[in-house]
Design a protein around this ligand. Structure first.
Ligand code: DUC
Ligand code: ZN
Ligand code: ZN
Length: 468
């Protein structure tokens, strides 16, 4: 089965040019100048992309589908979350397998395979959370590399649940330095934060706004610096997830300037939303935006700085940290005690649009948009060549994006995630996801989602292709 995408402008991380794309089966067969004789007489489905951008499918390197967390479970299943991702032009997710204290890594990985297999609309891979660093989990890290799970998340926050001591972090980093894996770090000083949280609650400061105040940027900067130093001792590559503080990014930029394998990820919420306007919303509304790391003060300029760091390259990727919870029965668990609000925001559907708005607003180029949302995440997580690029031989994961289109985000408008609210209610995007192709199959067209549950396959990943 052949598909021809004609008349569009192919946008890659390095440039843009008018080109036609020939898809044969599940892969891209050719990318040629419009009207090239090679395409004459080809019998297949034609997708007219005249006036549109033709980009690689989005790669969201950080999601939590049906994740058990904060006494409840993230509200998107692999089925609903990957379908919402497809609506928004994302064709690959990398989700986190959770090993908390007292659980076996290999058992947990098997559980996550069982949850995802046969349910996903798009392709998926796994990172492994190592919640308890011991001899057994260190051995499992080596085994997982051979099973295509080549990156490991550690936590410097959430004492008693996920937090690793500095000694444990060092041991895991030594293992990664030896086996080639990538260490992903949740960099916040969890012990200090816990004291601030208890003190705030004792003073009667219980609203969602205090979630932000008790996770100050200093706790993020300190942990980021500590993680960089520990990685430096061991030689392990380090990827700091969900960076929200400009000071933390300054440490990452410094390490990168010194030539280290240190990378920073941010998320749309840290580029657009803020402590004052969102966490500080009246009553309990702010719970909608409780996530960790927290939204930062606009008055301190974090959002503008993060956009700047995307331009300079010190933000390597933009993922969502998609971790949705409904207000009803979930976020509401924290009425009267912000520390009981499950941490997380749902954005998997909107990342491509929200970052495209950065192009419209003159924050980044369209090539950088494709780079941080598609190409570099693929390279960072060992998928490049198959994902993140429109080139012969790559999987035919392609989005036709209409720069003249419009997307109104919100419940009852554009909202397919399994949540009873949208963290992005009222956002207007000057662009639109028109057609989404996943491994050669159209899964979203102008009529909506036309894909099938179970189309998505597990991706065994190589080692990171983005290391110096
Ligand atoms: N932060 C969140 O907000 N949710 C999931 C896990 C995390 O680290
Ligand atoms: Zn985290
Ligand atoms: Zn996360």
């Amino acid at each position: 089965m052949k598909t021809l995408i004609t008349g569009g402008t192919v946008v890659s991380a390095t440039g843009s040019a008018p080109a036609d794309v020939l898809v044969d089966g599940e892969t891209i067969a050719a990318v040629v100048a419009p009207g090239h004789p090679l395409l004459e007489g080809i019998d297949g489905t034609v997708i007219d992309a005249t006036g549109k951008y033709v980009i690689p499918g989005g790669v969201d390197g950080h999601t939590h589908m049906e994740m058990p967390f904060g006494g409840t479970e993230a509200s998107d299943t692999f089925e609903t979350g990957t379908r919402a991702a497809a609506w928004g032009g994302t064709t690959t997710i990398i989700d986190f397998v959770v090993q908390a204290h007292g659980q076996r890594v290999q058992d947990q990985l098997a559980r996550w395979h069982a949850k995802a297999a046969g349910n996903c609309a798009i392709d998926y891979g796994f990172h492994q959370i190592i919640g308890e660093v011991d001899d057994e989990s260190l051995r499992a890290m080596d085994e997982l590399i051979g099973e295509g799970v080549t990156s490991f998340k550690l936590f410097m926050a959430y004492p008693g649940v996920f937090l690793s001591s500095d000694g444990q972090i060092l041991r895991a980093m030594q293992a990664a330095a030896a086996n080639g894996g990538l260490i992903m770090m949740h960099a916040e000083n969890g012990s200090a934060i816990d004291v601030l949280v208890q003190q705030a609650l004792a003073r009667g400061e219980t609203t969602p706004y205090h979630h932000g105040l008790t996770r100050p940027w200093q706790a993020e900067q300190e942990a980021t610096h500590r993680a960089i130093m520990l990685a430096d001792i061991t030689g392990a590559p380090l990827y700091i997830v969900h960076v929200s503080a400009k000071q933390a990014l300054a440490r990452i930029a410094e390490a990168r300037d010194a030539g280290r394998n240190v990378f920073g990820e941010t998320c749309p919420q840290y580029l657009y939303l803020s402590l004052e306007e969102h966490l500080g919303a009246p009553g309990f509304e702010g719970a909608k935006w409780v996530c960790s790391t927290p939204l930062r003060a606009r008055a301190e300029g974090h959002q503008d700085e993060l956009w700047r760091y995307i331009r300079t390259g010190d933000v390597t990727t933009v993922s969502t940290d998609h971790c949705p919870f409904c207000m009803k029965d979930q976020k509401e668990m924290g009425i009267g005690d912000f520390s009981k609000i499950p941490n997380g925001i749902g954005s998997v559907e909107h990342r491509m649009d929200l970052l495209y708005q950065g192009v419209v607003d003159g924050r980044i180029t369209k090539e950088r948009w494709v780079d941080v949302c598609c190409t570099t995440p693929a390279r960072m997580f060992g998928l490049y060549g198959r994902k993140g690029v429109i080139a012969p031989g790559a999987d035919a994961d392609i989005v036709v994006y209409d720069p003249a289109g419009h997307t109104s985000i919100g419940v009852g408008r554009t909202h397919h995630m399994n949540m009873d609210y949208s963290a992005w209610e009222g956002f207007e995007i000057d662009g639109h996801v028109d057609v989404v192709v996943s491994r050669g199959t159209v899964i979203v067209d102008r009529s909506g989602y036309v894909g099938t549950r179970g189309h998505g396959r597990f991706l065994a990943r190589q080692l990171s292709q983005n290391l110096i």
